[in-house]
Write a protein that binds this ligand. Structure first.
Ligand SMILES: Nc1ncnc2c1ncn2[C@@H]1O[C@H](COP(=O)(O)OP(=O)(O)OP(=O)(O)O)[C@@H](O)[C@H]1O
Ligand SMILES: [Mg+2]
Length: 462
């Protein structure tokens, strides 16, 4: 008799016929859990096993496919709308991931509140908190949030029935890991349950044209739990991150079927909810220190230039190998920059601990940050500030190549325009094809280092 259960890895979703201590898919230990096999497809669809005969579908030229222009729903939070690519698309599924307590419920509660205030039909499904708790948060967020209808429900079937009955324009499910399907045996939050729940919601959302935001928890490795399974399924994956102790939070899109994934929204958590930070550069530059080991990076967050402060500390080490701690930049990238410095005109730091931090809890994931990291480290090592006579910090950008050359990165003009807005000029950077106003171009890291150090000696002489 055919078995109707399989062993599913809770980490990668790999299915095995027999239980084993280690998953053959991802190598994790103790992650296999018995779960019912996926139900065979309906007779019309052609089952996997029985190979039922299917009816041939008629392909249609894309030109002839009817695509009614659907209006997007604006959430009333400009930064969120921008990251979504211009509002929520009706019938789409958005996954919002983030670590505990980062403000996922606050953000979604505010979005629904604004939409309710704008006359849209909304629904908030809370599986984690009681209605009273949700109300307490809504009171902080204001009147709009209080008018959002809420249900506290963890049964997938009941949630689906409510969606069908209410047909909201926008719905938030907080969180997908708490939903539990009666037809499945796995615990809520297991891969099977999460996948089943997301699939069922996707089907209903597309049919009734609701935009659904699924709130998802992240695992300790930082992936949205129910790994990968969900990310393929949904239209848009948003990630809300930041340090809990710091008030800045950034929202970025990891995947977006309706817009660019490079957009980033910056928020600050306050008593009255999340406040959009419209001009984050002003905050970061205003707070930038003029001490040794600090410089300003002209980075790009999606299509928006952002000035952030890069700080470094170099201290004699007591351990072998020495510590390399990178917050907000890639650790491997830091190791590479230190190696290039050692080889091409910078200090050798084999016997020093190096710490690099992007102030404000921001993450910069672009090679354009290399030069700023290099200059901050050299400045920290020498104990010489990079600020000029007037105390204005040094701004720079550029990728450092393995042969010690400075390579150009995208949007040099916008980076420079943002820097000049804050009176930061000249900006050290790579040689561009055409000269740009405010740019002090250098072909190699060696040349950029000596230019930065000259700045220090002229500041001291003045
Ligand atoms: N009165 C307040 N003033 C300022 N910040 C507050 C206040 N109350 C709560 N917060 C912030 O809101 C955060 C919780 O927000 P929220 O419940 O939206 O997070 P969440 O991501 O949904 O968390 P969970 O993972 O528990 O669902 C807290 O960590 C805290 O930083
Ligand atoms: Mg929450």
């Amino acid at each position: 008799m055919a078995r109707n259960t399989a062993y599913v890895c809770q980490s990668c979703g790999h299915e095995a016929l027999r239980w084993g201590g280690q998953c053959a898919g991802c190598g994790e230990w103790n992650t296999l859990v018995e779960a019912p096999k996926e139900a065979p497809a309906a007779p019309a669809g052609g089952g996997r096993l029985g190979r039922a005969k299917g009816a041939a579908a008629k392909p249609v030229a894309l030109r002839d496919v009817s695509a009614p222009a659907t209006e997007r729903h604006f959430t009333g939070i400009a930064e969120l709308d921008r990251v979504l690519g211009g509002g929520l698309v009706p019938g789409s599924l958005v996954l919002l991931g983030g670590s505990p307590g980062i403000g996922k419920s606050t953000l979604t509660g505010m979005a629904l509140g604004n939409m309710a205030a704008a006359g849209r039909k909304t629904l908030y499904v809370s599986g984690e908190e009681s209605a009273a708790q949700v109300r307490m948060r809504a009171q902080r967020l204001g009147d709009g949030a209080l008018s959002v209808p809420v249900i506290t429900e963890t049964s997938l079937e009941n949630v689906l029935a409510t969606l069908e009955a209410e047909r909201p324009d926008a719905c938030v499910i907080d969180s997908i890991q708490t939903l539990h399907s009666q037809g499945m045996t796995g615990a809520p939050g297991s891969v099977g349950q999460v996948r089943e729940a997301a699939n069922a919601i996707l089907e209903v959302a597309k049919r009734i044209g609701s935009a659904v935001i699924l709130v998802g928890h992240v695992t300790k490795e930082g992936a949205v739990a129910g790994p990968r399974v969900l990310e393929h399924l949904v239209d848009c994956v948003l990630f809300f991150e930041g340090e809990r102790e710091r008030s800045f939070r950034t929202l970025r899109a990891l995947k977006n079927r309706f817009g660019a994934t490079s957009e980033v929204g910056v928020f600050e958590m306050r008593g009255g909810g999340l406040v959009e930070v419209e001009d984050p550069s002003a905050r970061f530059v205003g707070e930038a220190s003029t001490a040794a080991g600090s410089c300003v990076l002209c980075s790009m967050e999606g299509t928006r230039p952002l000035l952030v402060e890069v700080q470094a500390l170099v201290a004699p080490t007591e351990i072998v190998p020495p510590r390399r701690v990178a917050n907000g930049v890639d650790r491997n990238r830091l190791a590479m920059i230190l190696a290039v410095l050692a080889r091409h005109g910078g200090p050798g730091l084999a016997s020093a601990d190096v710490f690099v931090n992007i102030a404000g809890g921001v993450r910069v994931d672009e090679p354009g940050a290399d030069l700023a990291v290099a200059l901050a480290v050299v400045s920290a090592h020498r104990g010489e500030p990079l600020a000029d006579v007037s105390g204005s910090p040094l701004a720079c950008f550029g990728e450092v190549g393995l042969t010690g050359e400075l390579r150009s990165v995208g949007h040099a003009d916008r980076r420079l325009a943002e820097a000049s807005k804050f009176g930061l000029a000249p900006v050290l950077g790579p040689v561009e094809r055409e000269p740009i106003k405010g740019l002090s171009p250098h072909a190699t890291i060696r040349a950029a280092l000596s230019a930065a150090c000259e700045r220090h000696s002229s500041a001291r002489a003045a």
